[in-house]
Design a protein around this ligand. Structure first.
Ligand code: 2PG
Ligand code: MG
Length: 391
């Protein structure tokens, strides 16, 4: 039984305040902290300023006393009721999610990966690692993230090791060639190469290491309502951007294409998906982990992949529903970190609980490694483990 819920302001990896929730039950104390985005979608649930959020929460927190943590979905429903809006603008999606996760943790004695136990074998997600960055995250390119997928890996440690080794090699080579600028907010390398030069550079390394390449274009960030505006002055219309993405995806054999178009272009995504059949065309800002938007994507046959970021929607049970509907419609879920992270590692556990085949969580930096190390820890403690079946 829940005795009390408290919120504490803590810092995220960008040095901004975020929320840690502490749920006191008759057994123990359970906690969770939540991340924040930088290139946020305009349809995300609203996160409030931490001071305001904590003040508002303190006026309602006694309502949780006496609730049953094992009925964590009911607690989520209650959080939505007391907020009373579609987008958590009263209590804040940051507060809603921190409380939601801490309560869910209380229901499984902290082992969030046990939230759903339906299968004899436990499957682990392939890490999708941000190697070179740009856009709103910082770096030379207009596109936001160049991503590695170590698809040959037979274990999670091998997968993580592959991405880390490539990260070291890429950093050294960029430094040697005097192309290095530094590291960005997700600890991806920032360099002086443009989009295509970056792809040429990475393609060679990916071939040697047998990893697949992906991109998060975060295209809404360089769309002004009329054209896609590239850093070096190139302007592309909707149609030209689609043609360019198809060309680049084929030329560089890109397996993973996240937000290649702006967040309202459901029809454009459909055209791309049809042109790029055996690749993942993924919506992040397009969906914002929101059921209504996912249904629109299903109707328009927009994508075959969806990013799952629970803080875009507000509670675990809402994110769980999105994962379920996506799977029922053969849309691959990819669970993801945010650019401003904490050391909390719940996305790792959720990837396992919800059988999600990919986890996007960066490569380096303690706030990224905490998720990867959690996966390694679980791989070594759960019997009957295997990598996701995606290839
Ligand atoms: C993204 C994420 C994570 P942000 O766009 O996919 O890499 O960035 O958290 O800034 O939205
Ligand atoms: Mg994205």
């Amino acid at each position: 039984m829940i005795r009390n819920v408290k919120l504490i302001p803590v810092f995220n990896s960008k040095g901004n305040l975020t929320v840690m929730a502490k749920v006191y039950t008759t057994k123990e104390v359970f906690s969770a902290s939540v991340p924040a985005g930088t290139s946020t979608g305009k349809n995300e649930a609203v996160s409030l300023d931490v001071d305001v959020a904590i003040k508002r929460f303190n006026s309602i927190r006694t309502n949780f006393t006496g609730m049953d943590e094992n009925e964590w979905r009911d607690v989520d429903t209650f959080i939505r009721q007391i907020d009373g809006t579609e987008n958590f603008s009263n209590i804040g999606a940051n507060v809603a999610l921190a409380v939601s996760i801490a309560v869910a943790r209380a229901s499984v004695d902290n082992d969030l990966w046990r939230l759903e136990r339906k299968y004899a074998k436990t499957r682990f997600p392939f890490p999708v690692g941000n190697i070179i960055g740009g856009g709103a995250h910082g770096g030379g390119t207009t596109w936001q993230e160049f991503l590695l997928i170590p698809y040959k890996a037979k274990s999670i440690i091998e997968a993580v090791y592959t991405n880390i080794e490539i990260w070291k090699i890429v950093g050294e080579e960029l430094r040697r060639e005097k192309l290095l600028i530094g590291r960005n907010i997700e600890n991806a390398w920032m360099c002086k190469l443009d989009e295509e030069k970056t792809l040429e550079f990475l393609s060679k390394i990916c071939e040697e290491w047998k990893v697949k390449l992906g991109i998060d274009f975060a295209a809404s960030d360089f769309w002004d309502g009329k054209s896609y505006n590239y850093k070096k002055g190139k302007k592309l219309s909707k149609k030209e951007q689609i043609e360019y993405i198809v060309d680049v995806a084929k030329r560089f054999d890109l397996f993973y294409l996240e937000d290649p178009l702006e967040e309202e272009d459901f029809e454009g995504f459909h055209i791309l998906k049809e042109e790029l059949k055996d690749r993942l065309v993924i919506g992040d800002d397009l969906y914002c982990t929101n059921v209504k938007r996912l249904r629109k994507g299903i109707k328009n046959k927009s994508t075959n992949g969806i990013i799952i970021k629970p803080n875009q929607v507000g509670t675990l049970s809402q994110a769980e529903e999105v994962v379920k509907i996506a799977k029922e419609n053969k849309i691959t879920p990819i669970i993801s970190h945010r650019s401003a992270e904490t050391e909390d590692n719940w996305i790792a556990d959720l990837a396992i609980a919800w059988r999600i085949p990919f986890i996007k969580t960066g490569i380096m930096g303690t706030e990224r490694l905490s998720k990867l190390n959690r996966l390694i820890e679980l791989w070594n403690s759960i019997p009957n483990v295997e990598m996701a079946k995606v290839w």
